[in-house]
Design a binder for this molecule. Structure first.
Ligand SMILES: NC(=O)c1ccc[n+]([C@@H]2O[C@H](COP(=O)([O-])OP(=O)(O)OC[C@H]3O[C@@H](n4cnc5c(N)ncnc54)[C@H](O)[C@@H]3O)[C@@H](O)[C@H]2O)c1
Length: 271
């Protein structure tokens, strides 16, 4: 390990179980010398195994529903008390669509579900940064990262309303990132990750096909959750101080492919 985050303090949202991308980020951040608070929705505390991660990384847990300004304010205030100062990094690793969960087709959305999913998956990023910015809770040269998916730019039919949520999330990174950079020298980016077998990922209809297709299309193959954690650590480190307002593809090259030999082979008749 490289001590890339030595002395840095942060908050990590979204570690549900050991498959979660946020879980791997917490493990890697710990290895790189960071101290942090773990947070998740109160209901996830009961479903997941976050206590195990807290023990392993010497972290405290503060439950927070990321759609609640009150919960977020409490989280940011308490985290600074626990860690003994302002924050250097924040990971937003939150996504949920009730339309996906309940099998509602995109062309027949339940708009109550759409609103809730939008609040959890996209607006929560704005709310989190609102609290961080207005509480002046970030150190200069701090870094905020959210996770996203390429359905924000291209059509993936079964990704449903999460595609729209991700497009909004990526826009928030740019819009809030401008003010955070100008006023506090804090950078804000999104990482657009390959399909990854996690609770949220596997909830998407046809996920296995999705995963296999992306694997065959990408010259380097799909990026794993651990590789995503490594990339996130680089964005929290001082090695990327001038990277901001970016949507950064971490996908083995998938996003710039038209077609690959492996995919073509499936459509070419044997001679
Ligand atoms: N798995 C993939 O294929 C993939 C690909 C690209 C991007 N992503 C993104 O990565 C992020 C993390 O997802 P993951 O794949 O690790 O799955 P995950 O299911 O492990 O994580 C999603 C997390 O969101 C949390 N969450 C849901 N509602 C919340 C709320 N109201 N308040 C606070 N937290 C809440 C869940 O408890 C869970 O911990 C998400 O933004 C997801 O969209 C995932």
């Amino acid at each position: 390990m490289y001590n890339l985050l030595k002395g840095k303090k942060g908050i990590i949202f979204g570690a549900l179980d050991s498959n979660s991308i946020a879980w791997k980020v917490a493990e890697r951040a710990h290895e790189e010398g960071a101290e942090f608070v773990l947070t998740n929705a109160p209901i996830a505390m009961r479903m997941g195994t976050i206590n195990e991660l807290a023990e392993k990384t010497g972290s405290q847990i503060i439950p927070a529903d990321a759609t609640s300004m009150e919960d977020l304010q409490n989280l940011v205030d308490k985290s600074q008390e626990i860690l003994g100062g302002k924050l250097d990094f924040v990971l937003h690793s939150i996504g949920m669509s009730i339309n996906v969960r309940k099998g509602k087709h995109y062309t027949d959305s339940n708009y109550d579900f759409t609103h809730k999913g939008f609040d959890v998956s996209a607006l929560s990023f704005h709310k989190t940064m609102n609290v961080l910015y207005n509480s002046n809770a970030m150190n200069e040269w701090g870094s905020v990262v959210a996770l996203t998916y390429m359905a924000a730019q291209r059509v993936f039919p079964d990704y449903n309303d999460m595609a729209d949520n991700k497009a909004y999330l990526e826009s928030i990174a740019r819009s809030f990132g401008y003010f955070f950079g100008r006023d506090h020298k804090v950078r804000v980016n999104t990482i657009s990750q390959s399909p990854t077998p996690t609770t949220a990922g596997s909830g998407v209809k046809g996920f296995e096909g999705f995963l296999a297709y992306a694997e065959k299309m990408s010259p380097l193959g799909n990026a794993t959750a651990l590789e995503c954690a490594d990339y996130t650590i680089s964005l929290f480190s001082d090695l990327t101080k001038k990277v901001t307002l970016q949507n950064l593809f971490h996908d083995g090259g998938f996003s710039n492919m038209g077609v690959s030999d492996l995919v073509m082979d499936k459509f070419v008749d044997e001679e």
